[in-house]
Design a protein around this ligand. Structure first.
Ligand code: GLU
Length: 311
């Protein structure tokens, strides 16, 4: 591994990895999608890539896992690029204070989801992608593969089937949005399939850290040599991740870690320190809010060790 000049990221990651492994953190692997419950709770990986393109890893950093809600950042990036400001009439940009799969808030807020990372908001974004592209699934897979550095990102078919079989709540949310004219397409089952398709993508920590690097570098991805978002769009998505990226624990995450990022119920977290690096952590045991226990602890310790504070 190459070392960054000023900070020895590899030493910091190794130290944090050992420290977190020694802690007795007791969480629960997600089981509302039965296939996710089969993943070993012992898995733990970290990858940090700095803005010079150096890659630093520890543990199970190269083992693929289900990215789940982290995929919502990628779909949002795709529509943000394509739709610009029109999108914000259909989805708000406020923290919700409710669980990610909440339906109650939609009732009194007239079918406008609080933010694009709740399931309701992400379904609206996926609907917008279906309207825009003839083959939305293929476009999403290609986009994610490109920004991860031309790797071939795959879906996990078992996770997809398992989630399709347990998607009553997401179907209910989608129909509710449709009743409020906030879904354009008629085929709700295709919407659910496309949404679950992107949630079922598998990536490892290295892919994930690389795919988030443009958020740390003003919208530019060195892994596909493309300006993915303008600096101003990047600023907005980073702000959204900071305020809404960790379910109804986003305030606590900002307090303890203070980095823009997104978690998923597969136990992954991807985050960025703008101007410096992007990082992915994976450990499947979740806390009661649905965020990876070891993942949060890892990021808390890393930001402490590099004496980072946005604030
Ligand atoms: N596909 C999952 C769902 O819709 C995403 C959950 C998550 O990672 O937040 O329930």
């Amino acid at each position: 591994m190459k070392q960054s000049k000023s900070v020895d990221y590899q030493a910091i990651i190794d130290e944090v990895y050992a420290e977190v492994k020694s802690l007795d953190l007791q969480g629960k692997v997600a089981d509302y999608i039965p296939e996710l419950a089969k993943v070993s709770s012992e898995k733990y990986g970290i990858c940090l890539v700095d803005n010079q393109g150096n890659t630093f890893t520890a543990g199970d950093a190269e083992e693929p896992f289900s990215i789940q809600s982290i995929s919502k950042v990628f779909t949002l990036t795709m529509v943000f690029h394509a739709f610009k400001s029109k999108l914000w009439h259909r989805v708000n940009v406020e923290p919700s204070g409710n669980p990610f799969n909440s339906i109650a808030q939609l009732e009194y807020e007239n079918g406008i989801p609080r933010n694009p990372f709740m399931n309701a908001g992400a379904l609206v974004i996926t609907d917008a992608l279906i309207s825009k592209f003839e083959n939305a699934k293929e476009k999403i897979a290609t986009f994610i593969s490109d920004i991860a550095g031309c790797t071939n990102i795959q879906i996990n078919g078992e996770v997809l089937m398992s989630e399709m079989d347990h998607a009553s709540r997401n179907r209910a949310v989608a129909y509710f949005l449709k009743a409020h004219q906030n879904i354009e397409n008629e085929n709700i089952e295709n919407l659910i399939q496309t949404y679950i398709y992107h949630c079922s993508m598998e990536m490892n920590c290295v892919d994930l850290a690389r795919s988030f690097s443009f958020f740390a570098d003003q919208g530019y991805s060195r892994y596909c040599d493309r300006q993915i978002l303008t600096p101003s769009q990047t600023k907005r998505l980073n702000a959204l991740m900071l305020t809404c990226g960790f379910y109804d624990e986003s305030g606590e995450f900002a307090f303890r870690v203070g980095l823009p990022g997104k978690s998923g119920v597969g136990g992954g977290i991807a985050a960025v320190l703008p101007g410096k690096f992007s990082i992915a952590v994976w450990s499947p045991e979740l806390n009661t809010k649905g965020n990876s226990l070891r993942g949060i602890k890892t990021l808390e310790l890393i930001t402490d060790k590099i004496s980072f504070s946005l604030f």
